[in-house]
Design a protein around this ligand. Structure first.
Ligand code: TYM
Length: 350
């Protein structure tokens, strides 16, 4: 530790010296679900072309912190890449790649394993949820996962990280790691990345239980809309979505304490690029039997072009691999010098 430390009072102060850069990632596990699309991918697309450099990663090394069948992992990696492209991410505008192809992520993660404290990681709620009762049997990778996530972001000096609400705690840890590294070595080397958690769909809930988030790993396929679902399946899932017996509220405030109703309104708003207020203005007071088919129609209209484009792209895995490889090459040109400078700061001879 040294005294020559700058205190980072606010994130914007801390990042003023850094070029704004966006980084985010998604795990290639199972199929992309509506929560990932509305909470993450759609917002990645919005940030693309805003004049800020954008990097979007397929975090394959995070996926293997819990068991993945190798063939499924390969398929899911390409499918996620197809999902990125079909949703409008453009390799000419964003750097699209898979994590394992850029070894600087894991190299920096090792340095961060030595910066982060056990106590910090012990507080991570996602580890507790994923490890469940049998903590002793969880992989070491699952425990150290947030350090790799911090490295994903900081190996690019990224300043903005669009994510859903469930990643907030991991982002706080990434910030703590950046601050501790800077303090320990008396440098202002890493920015303190800001989570960007915005919009109506930061926490899309399960269609079966309004108190649980929609998730790729929920055992019930009826709890989520997959981007690969066909029109009939989407309509059926919304028809069967859990609701309460009341009609839709006349005001947004009237949705308080009605998580399932609130969730369907938010999904409608996010799919239509509108707001909960606008949805209530249109459907307030109507029954769910009227609202649900409209929601299903909107979802099919927005999602089926994506799923057909994904299937088309999946027919040419060589082209997908080419896009990811080219993206990784570009990513490395940013990551390698940052890792090199990190090693210099730490005193590692390279
Ligand atoms: P993952 O793969 O679980 O989810 C990917 C993104 O989707 C968002 N998301 C949701 N948003 C709204 N409602 C939901 N129901 C919902 N479910 C998922 C997540 O918040 C996330 O933004 N640890 C990350 C991946 C990661 C990462 C990173 C993200 C690894 N390194 C660096 C940002 C920066 C994860 O497991 O996301």
């Amino acid at each position: 530790m040294t005294d020559a430390v700058q205190t980072h009072s606010t994130p914007s102060d801390a990042n003023a010296a850094f070029k704004p850069r966006v980084f985010s990632g998604i795990q290639p596990t199972n199929h992309l679900q509506l929560g990932n699309y509305l909470g993450a991918v759609k917002r990645f697309v919005d940030m693309q072309g805003s004049g800020i450099e954008t990097l979007y990663c397929i975090v394959d090394l995070h996926a293997i912190t819990v068991w993945q069948d190798p063939a499924d992992l390969t398929r899911a990696t390409r499918e996620l890449a197809a999902g990125y492209l079909a949703s409008g991410l453009d390799p000419a505008k964003s750097i699209l790649f898979n994590q394992a192809r850029v070894p600087e992520h894991t190299q920096l993660a090792w340095v961060f394993n030595c910066v982060a404290r056990m106590g910090w990681l012990n507080r991570m709620t996602q580890f507790k949820d994923k490890a469940g009762k049998n903590r002793e049997n969880a992989s070491v990778g699952l425990f150290a996962y947030p350090n790799l996530m911090a490295a994903d972001i900081l190996t690019y000096h990224a300043t903005k990280v669009p994510v859903g609400e469930d990643q907030k705690q991991h982002l706080e840890l990434a910030r703590d790691i950046a601050i501790k590294f800077n303090n320990d070595f008396g440098v202002d080397f890493f920015p303190v990345p800001d989570p960007i958690i915005e919009g109506v769909a930061t926490r899309v809930m399960s269609l079966r239980d309004g108190s649980k988030k929609m998730s790729k790993s929920d055992p019930s396929d009826m709890s989520r809309i997959n981007l690969t679902d066909d029109a009939d399946t989407i309509a059926k899932k919304f028809r069967k979505a859990k609701t309460d017996p009341e009609p839709l509220a006349e005001t947004v405030e009237g949705l308080a304490g009605r998580p399932e109703a609130r969730n369907l309104v938010n999904i409608y708003a996010a799919l239509g690029d509108s707001t909960a207020e606008a949805v209530i203005a249109e459907f307030g007071g109507r029954s769910f039997s009227e609202f649900k088919p409209k929601l299903a129609d909107l979802a099919v209209a927005k999602l089926s072009p994506l799923s057909s484009e994904m299937s088309r792209l999946m027919q040419d895995p060589t082209e997908i691999d080419r896009v990811l490889e080219a993206g990784a090459e570009r990513a490395r040109t940013i990551a390698a010098p940052i890792l090199k400078r990190t090693y210099d700061i730490v005193g590692i001879v390279t």
